[in-house]
Ligand binder design. Sequence first.
Ligand SMILES: Nc1ncnc2c1ncn2[C@@H]1O[C@H](COP(=O)(O)OP(=O)(O)OP(=O)(O)O)[C@@H](O)[C@H]1O
Ligand SMILES: [Mg+2]
Length: 449
Amino acid sequence: MDLSFVGKESGMNVLLIGGGGREHALAFKVAQSSLLDELYIAPGNPGTVRHGRNVDLDLNDHAKLRSFLKEKNIRIVVVGPEGPLVEGIHDRIADDPELEGRVTVIGPRKEGARLEGSKDFAKEFMFRHNIPTAAHRSFEKGQVKEALEHLKVMTPPYVIKADGLAGGKGVTITSDIREASSVVKDMLEGKSFGAAGERVVIEQFLNGLELSAFLITDGTSFKVLPAAKDYKRIGAGDTGPNTGGMGAVSPAPFADKDFMQKVHDRVMAPTIRGLRKDGIRYSGFLFIGLMNVNNEPYVIEFNVRLGDPETQAILPRLRSDLLDLFEGIATGTLSECHIDVDDRTAVTIVLASEGYPGRTGKGEPIGGLELVRDAYVFHAGTALKKDQLVTNGGRVLSVTAFGKDLEQAIASAYRSAGPIAYEGKYMRSDIGHDLVRTPGPKSGSVQKV
Ligand SMILES: Nc1ncnc2c1ncn2[C@@H]1O[C@H](COP(=O)(O)OP(=O)(O)OP(=O)(O)O)[C@@H](O)[C@H]1O
Ligand SMILES: [Mg+2]
């Protein structure tokens, strides 16, 4: 992309796609950049209006998207969630002759997005490039018998994953072979998750400490971003159903320098090399779900976008200019960019509505935000009714606070989240506590099939 027109004197216009807490944190970070001119967020939320203009854009109507990109002279499109990437929005924009390649998309093309869009594809990729991950077998429609036979030779717990995107609900872990068999059967017979479940990945259970690692790449070089640990379960002590995420801590104390070096050498570098070797163009973020087993990294999954709520913890720690990194992607000069990270610890607490991850109410007035002093508040499920801020979803807000150490960051985050009030407010009471008690990796195990 010819970037001569965006010399330092004239900023660049950016379109950010999405409307959750992750996108608010991205908008907050992009708005700090001296390279920015105009920021548009589609659809955004009541929090993102502080950093740019929320716009109502039908992403599936390419003609409308094209004219918006031209009219607003958009140079960078940042895609927050995975859906549009798996559907090929990058390809549509990059291959559009009318846009003459003037728009850089942060997020992979359809082919690269398969790393998240298909768990089977990701496993085959890892196997091909010798990236450490749990052993697996995949089965598709018509192979119910083989799949059930395979379960019989495995040792529980059984890890069963729908191949396609399932909104974070496609994974079942159970030690009960009858439950495992019926989950597999329902998936392969298309009774649960539809097409996403018609191919199933059955893999070995990894017993260790889980964390999320992130990188940004221009397809040739990559830069490591801060890692984080998130809290997926709804209840304290990791109880209850999985959610989109109830909190995050960055850095993850059990991911020390030595461990992160292994992640760099055995997972990140082989992944970027493997993509190039397979001729898969990949530019954007890569979120690697990892398990730390006896201080050895194993890949659980790839996500081709930043995580939510991890983004709300890692971006406030990033001191580097995010648009500078995006410009590095646009010009293929990311290797010259520098990543500078705040050493302090960040803790993010998600404030949800009663009933989440099931059905929740909406429209409850939100108060107390003006009382928040030393923390960032990122909006997700909020809306404006006249001028009153109200709840508008399962995950409503996330609060991120810093501390010179984990204990201080936890205390500051809960102190800030406390005064925020609305009917049905729910938050986990123990974000980060487990890491204070037992900072280092426990003795984990890789179960033999
Ligand atoms: N092999 C495994 N061993 C142990 N736990 C696992 C394994 N695979 C997955 N898990 C657990 O299941 C959770 C969901 O699995 P995974 O991340 O693959 O699915 P997902 O639906 O893509 O989730 P996300 O919404 O985070 O993208 C993981 O966060 C982890 O806690
Ligand atoms: Mg995933």
